[in-house]
Design a protein around this ligand. Structure first.
Ligand code: NAP
Length: 251
């Protein structure tokens, strides 16, 4: 069964690990090619955009893909939209893997916002020290603000996207709560801005914020298209088993 896994996430890597060596599957992981040093993958990879819906549809046809697994990040909405359209156009079974969103617990001081622009506005006019962990491509709304930012992402953002007062930390999760607490204290952070990515790798900052009584501006996820969606790698494996069993057998 030929599989294409749209990756760039822990889930895609974990799925690859589970499928590696399973002779029933011939799977490839697709990366966007954004990070300078991507996490090593347990399966063969391809890298770079497909060229929109038409490009992905052509890839699915040319490589005779039997199933498409969209294991991209919850905020990679364009890729998911393209996957839905290309799967429909080529009649390729599609499964989206979407890790559960983080939920506030007692003690959390979250302000929920719908967009990055709203997150920037939620910081108000009075200068604050802000821990900004929204990735590197969504920084423009913060550029002209009076706040002092500590910005953490895997690779440095393009300088033209950076706010005026910024200190950059290059780091990739998983992060641990004691380290996150130390970081927040060391930089005298007043407020955290994050996307609701979910998952465990970057969750520790929320526990650290709770422990220190710090507010969090939480950017909500983009809507999920109405397609088959599961929440875990185990669910993907069960879905694949069913699809593999239903494949027509050649003589
Ligand atoms: P996006 O805005 O939804 O995608 C923009 C374009 O990038 C897509 O139209 C596609 O180009 C290309 N692309 C995205 N993911 C791809 C993949 N896995 N393989 C091949 N091409 C891909 O996505 P994004 O938010 O920039 O995310 C890019 C990658 O980083 C994804 O793989 C995602 O899983 C990972 N990531 C994203 C975030 C985040 O917060 N957004 C966080 C962690 C990891 P074409 O139209 O040319 O095909």
């Amino acid at each position: 069964m030929r599989l294409l896994i749209l990756g760039g996430t822990t889930e895609a890597t974990d799925l690859g690990r589970a499928l590696a060596g399973d002779v029933r599957y011939d799977a490839k992981i697709s990366l966007a090619g954004r990070t300078v040093r991507p996490v090593p993958q347990p399966l063969p990879t391809r890298s770079g955009g497909f060229g929109g819906v038409a490009g992905l549809a052509a890839y699915l046809r040319d490589h005779r893909i039997d199933a498409l697994i969209d294991a991209t990040h919850p905020f990679a909405a364009r890729m998911t939209e393209n996957a839905v359209a290309a799967a429909r156009d080529t009649d390729t079974p599609l499964l989206v893997v979407l890790r559960p969103a983080w939920q506030p617990v007692p003690g959390d001081r979250w302000t929920m916002v719908g967009t990055m622009q709203a997150a920037a506005e939620a910081l108000g006019d009075a200068p604050q020290r802000v821990f900004l962990t929204v990735g590197q491509k969504d920084l423009l709304p913060f550029r002209a603000l009076p706040h002092a930012f500590v910005l953490r992402s895997v690779d440095p953002p393009p300088p033209e996207n950076l706010p005026a007062r910024v200190e950059f930390i290059a780091a990739r999760g998983p992060f641990l709560e004691p380290d996150e607490r130390r970081l927040l204290e060391h930089h005298r952070i007043d407020v955290i801005v994050t996307k609701n990515s979910g998952g465990t790798a970057t969750e520790a900052k929320l526990a650290a914020a709770r422990a220190l009584g710090l507010p969090v501006v939480m950017v909500q996820r983009p809507p999920v298209p109405p397609v088959p969606t599961v929440g875990s790698v185990a669910d993907v494996l069960a879905w694949l088993e069913r699809h593999h069993a239903a494949l027509p057998r050649g003589e």
